[in-house]
Design a protein around this ligand. Structure first.
Ligand code: PMP
Length: 353
């Protein structure tokens, strides 16, 4: 043997996101296609001085502000390098090698990727053929070996949501077997209901939020874990000392300082989504509000072919699926009405021919 490699890492097959997306019209990764207002970005950049860059990041000021923003305490919140890192920390802290993690599948792939890396057994729960999720199937999948249950609310990509009663049943079942429940609320603000009170007041519930979606900071990598102080304490033990950079924290803080900016981002994206859904329906397309900053549309031609042609002929990026249940659809991120007009024009030209 040349050298030792962890067998789980060695056997994990990764597919990394496509690069070279600058200059394209990006509707493929649930970012904000247009980003934050330029004046706001310029204003914040002025604060980045040599001193600012020389100092190790200090997350506490952001954390106090964020806790106030969601009506929680400092002890309830922890920043991460995007939700991506939150998922890694949580599975490291509450997962147990060889034991189980239950998620709906297909969903955000970093859940199963991290299970694979960490040697945890991923237990996928399938959608029904009509793309609904049966809570009974999730409950049945939870066994004495389950350490973590993951619910995406709303669920990427299909947009299913859970009721409070359904969540409570999952929480109770998870408690019986000594598991935590992660509720990933990446698309909060597009779907207003939240399970935050369960995370703040409960024993085994964790909510994840990200600044990559509505707040349009995917490049900075800023996520927040919200839970009770005991869970936050354990995750802090697992964290890297300077895992979130100061530029991300600064931008996050300045967004929280500007409630009118947040209201405007919500208004613009909701308007864009309502507009594109109506416009596609008027053109005779089957589409679906996935309750996040994205929709599904079923093209008349092969979804993968339409995605390829949009990319090569129109410089428009959308997300096709290989999965049998979703292979006829394209996932399209939403932005302003103008961004959606641009998408529609390109889409109609490609799909008509
Ligand atoms: N959770 C869900 C449900 C997501 O869809 C995504 C991104 N597509 C993430 C987490 C990752 O967010 P971040 O950019 O904060 O890592």
């Amino acid at each position: 043997m040349k050298y030792y490699v962890d067998e789980h890492i060695k056997n994990t097959v990764r597919v990394f996101p496509e690069q070279g997306r600058y200059g394209y019209h990006r509707y493929d990764m649930n970012e904000n296609p247009e980003g934050l207002p330029k004046e706001f970005v310029d204003e914040v950049l002025k604060e980045i001085t040599p001193e600012f860059l020389a100092i190790y990041p200090e997350p506490d000021r952001f954390l106090h502000k964020y806790a106030d923003f969601i009506g929680a305490a400092y002890e309830n919140v922890l920043t991460t390098n995007g939700s991506d890192m939150a998922i890694r920390y949580l599975l490291e802290t509450f997962g147990e090698k060889g034991k189980e993690v239950v998620t709906v599948s297909p969903s955000f792939e970093m859940y199963w990727v991290n299970c694979s890396i960490l040697g945890l057994k991923h237990v996928p729960v399938a959608y029904e053929p009509d793309l609904t999720i049966k809570i009974e199937k999730i409950l049945e999948a939870i066994s004495g070996d389950t350490r973590v249950v993951v619910l995406l609310n709303p669920n990427n990509p299909v947009g299913n949501v859970y009721t409070e009663e359904e969540l409570e049943r999952v929480i109770e079942r998870a408690k019986e077997v000594g598991a935590v429940v992660i509720v990933d609320e990446a698309y909060h603000y597009f779907y207003d209901r939240t399970f935050l009170p369960y995370a703040l007041n409960g024993e085994n519930v964790i909510v994840l939020r990200t600044f990559s979606k509505l707040f349009s900071l995917a490049a900075c990598r800023l996520g927040v874990i919200i839970s009770n102080p005991e869970i936050i304490h354990y995750v802090k033990n697992a964290r890297l000392t300077f895992d979130v950079n100061a530029i991300a924290l600064l931008f996050g803080e300045r967004i929280l300082d500007r409630p009118e900016l947040i209201r405007e981002l919500i208004r613009i994206e909701k308007e864009g989504k309502a507009w594109i859904l109506q416009a596609l329906e008027k053109e005779g397309y089957e589409c679906r509000d996935c309750r996040g900053n994205f929709i599904f549309v079923k093209p008349k031609h092969s979804a993968r072919e339409v995605a390829n042609r949009l990319e090569t002929e129109k410089k428009v990026l959308v997300h096709p699926y290989g999965n049998e249940l979703l292979k006829d659809c394209l996932r399209v991120s939403v932005g302003s009405k103008e961004a959606m007009e641009l998408f529609l024009e390109a889409f109609l030209e490609v799909d008509r021919q």
